[in-house]
Design a protein around this ligand. Structure first.
Ligand code: PGA
Length: 337
């Protein structure tokens, strides 16, 4: 009797399994089609053929959502093992080829867009064979990407606490309090933090690392902010502060380009001292390109990113700080981060 695996090997293609894995991971045919840059009918056809080869349905639809059947769940497990092993094989080959070819996928939180492109640009100049991609998105989404292992490395303003990760600090990330020039708090020295709560505050969106850090400081000091508006962009906040709509707190990196007229306040507890971290899942085998990027970031990237805004903390020996655990900020009150 023919073994069932033989049937699958003969009738299913790697592409079909890739499509299947993407749907199972993303929980949607539509998102899988977008991620793989194919149409939804193509995705549906691939899954129909794969189900025929398996001889059982792989998904079931309840309302608008798709769920894995038992057979689908089992195939998903096999796919993850298989793709993991193929990735390791690709890494071995990349090792054999050195850095003449390779891929680097970097996922970063919104505020890192002020320096990450420059770092990646410098790296690509040094290693033109590496095909690099940069995904800039909100902290919650970067967390999801990390959990589903979509990129090689991530940049966070605070390493996620609920997930087992390696986190390497590589650059200071001071958060500063801002007000429009001429504001009653501007130009005063040693303003008590409580006074921040007396003015309309412009907050980043829920889930933002900047927001979490501000909330933590205010919670610690029993200060309640009067949030006037939530904005999902540092630039929109800067412009709104400059336009006199309120006070806010942003990473000092956002001020690097100049432009808007804003005053940095001398407020108790500020700047909030934080770091940027290069993060990856604990135990993940880094590709050659990812390891090279990490070395690059620690040795040279920090100097480029600093642009006179933030200094890189050096160890007493003069080296770059490595070894995350001790330096990690305590988990925030939100529990998850
Ligand atoms: P954010 O993250 O862009 O999500 O605020 C930056 C940070 O954590 O400092």
């Amino acid at each position: 009797m023919e073994r069932p695996t033989m049937n699958l090997r003969r009738h299913a293609s790697l592409r079909q399994l890739e499509v299947f894995e993407a749907i199972a991971r993303l929980g949607s045919f539509k998102r899988a089609a977008q991620t793989l840059h194919v149409t939804q009918p193509t995705v549906s056809m691939q899954i129909r053929k794969l189900s025929e080869a398996v001889g059982m349905p792989l998904f079931e639809q309840v309302g608008k959502r798709v769920y894995l059947t038992d057979a689908g769940r089992s195939l998903y497990e096999s796919c993850r093992e298989m793709f993991g092993s193929l990735e390791r094989f690709e890494m071995d080959v990349a090792n054999m080829k050195g850095l003449t070819q390779g891929r680097l996928r970097l996922g970063v939180v919104t505020t890192a867009k002020y320096f990450a492109p420059r770092l990646l640009g410098g790296f690509c100049e040094r290693y033109p064979g590496v095909d690099a991609s940069l995904k800039v998105t909100n902290r919650e989404r970067v967390l999801e990407r990390l959990q589903s292992n979509e990129d090689d490395l991530y940049i966070f303003g605070q390493p996620p606490a609920g997930v087992d990760v390696e986190a390497v600090p590589f650059l200071r990330n001071p958060l500063v309090a801002l007000a429009p020039p001429g504001h009653p708090l501007a130009g005063r020295a040693g303003v008590p933090l409580a006074e921040l709560g007396e003015y309309p505050f412009l907050a980043r969106e829920p889930g933002s690392g900047t927001r979490l850090a501000v909330e933590r400081l205010c919670d610690e000091h029993g200060v309640t902010l009067r949030v006037r508006m939530e904005l999902g962009s540092n630039e929109a906040i800067k412009q709104s502060v400059a336009a006199g709509m309120g006070v806010s707190v942003l990473s000092e990196h956002t001020l690097a380009g100049g432009g808007e007229e804003v005053a940095v306040l001398d407020l108790e507890g500020f700047p909030i001292e934080r770091h940027w971290y290069l993060v990856y899942p604990a135990g993940k085998q880094l590709s050659v390109a990812a390891r090279a990027f990490m070395d690059y970031l620690l040795a040279e990237g920090a100097r480029m990113a600093e642009s006179g805004v933030s200094e890189i903390p050096r160890s007493p020996q003069g080296g770059w700080p490595v070894g995350p655990a001790a330096d990690r900020e305590p988990p925030g009150p939100e529990g998850r981060s």
